[in-house]
Write a protein of this length. Structure first.
Length: 331
């Protein structure tokens, strides 16, 4: 009865609805879904026929591994194949990594940037680079800079894997630029993991890192993730990364660096509002408690009356980020 009410024309409509769901789940390139997951093992120079196609830019299925003047080299989180997209998210090549890199060299050979200042933005769990757009706009207005909005498939891999991709992106930037990072939620945690690796292997990059701002970071793990992890649905939805913020936090914590550059923390608190999370007894932004955001050594700490998801949209937060990048203080 239910199927008849929803699909009065029977099986053809059901199949059409199923195909629509798949099409919406993948970035507009249906042929990519059918690609052999072991494509890279069949040859290092595979370049598949390409029609310039607009994509969604990532959205939980793609992770950036290289950024050059707004062109991005990305890897698909499920199939493992690569693609090259431009500033407008138009695909110029796909197939193996080396084939996409070859196209990048012809389409965007210039590695130099117009500005000596680069800010890298790292979104949180189950979000996309678009969620950091308000911070990007604030920084672009305040500074002569370039902004790299790092896109990664947050629910499709571990924090270690996300951090490895972030490292590749940042290490691939010109060595004469100064760097700043803004991370939201889990984005701050995978950045701290990357910093742990840099502290052991690449002091040169850390010397160019001027400031790091964390927005709602679960620096002590997330009690909410620990509670929700008891439900099998939680791991299915959030993936390995979500579990690492919850029941697997103790293992992850030892691999996180305390930043060597000046860093500041902005926490959200809804204590002045009627909206509270019944699963969290302490003051929180509905997802992370204020106490969980704290990390010894911070140059400044700010609490704002804002929900976790919308910290980036708050004008006070945006101005605080700009101030910290200038003066290492939020006010």
């Amino acid at each position: 009865m239910i199927s008849q009410a929803l699909f009065p024309h029977g099986l053809p409509l059901m199949l059409l609805a199923g195909w629509s769901l798949v099409a919406c789940s993948f970035p507009l390139n249906a042929q990519e879904v059918q690609l052999d997951p072991e494509l890279q093992e069949r040859g290092s120079e595979i370049s598949l026929p390409n029609i310039k196609t607009w994509t969604l830019g990532g959205k939980q299925f793609w992770t950036d591994y290289h950024w050059r003047n707004h062109w991005r080299l990305q890897k698909h989180a499920i199939t493992g194949h690569w693609r090259l997209i431009d500033k407008s998210n138009v695909r110029h090549a796909w197939g193996s990594r080396s084939a996409c890199e070859a196209v990048l060299e012809t389409r965007q050979p210039d590695r130099q940037l117009e500005s000596p200042q680069v800010f890298v933005l790292v979104h949180g769990l189950m979000r996309s680079a678009n969620s950091m757009r308000p911070i990007e706009e604030a920084l672009m207005e305040a500074f002569d800079c370039q902004v790299v909005a790092f896109e990664y498939a947050s629910t499709r891999a571990s924090i270690q894997e996300h951090a490895a991709a972030l490292r590749e992106v940042m290490e691939g930037l010109p060595q004469d630029v100064q760097l700043g990072i803004v991370g939201h939620s889990m984005g701050s945690i995978l950045t701290r993991f990357a910093m742990h690796q840099w502290q052991r292997q690449d002091a040169e990059l850390l010397d160019r890192l001027n400031a790091f701002v964390m927005l709602g970071p679960p620096n002590q793990g997330a009690a909410l993730a620990r509670q929700l992890s008891r439900l099998q649905l939680f791991e299915w939805v959030t993936g390995k990364s979500g579990m690492q913020l919850g029941p697997e936090w103790e293992t992850l914590q030892s691999q996180l660096a305390v930043p060597s550059c000046p860093f500041g923390i902005i926490a959200g608190s809804l204590s002045k509002q009627a909206l509270t999370n019944p699963l969290l007894k302490e003051s929180s932004d509905f997802v992370v408690t204020v106490e969980e955001t704290k990390l010894a050594g911070a140059a400044d700490f700010l609490v704002v009356d804002k929900m976790h998801t919308f910290l980036m949209d708050d004008q006070r937060v945006q101005q605080a980020v700009v101030n910290f990048m200038r003066h290492h203080r939020f006010d």
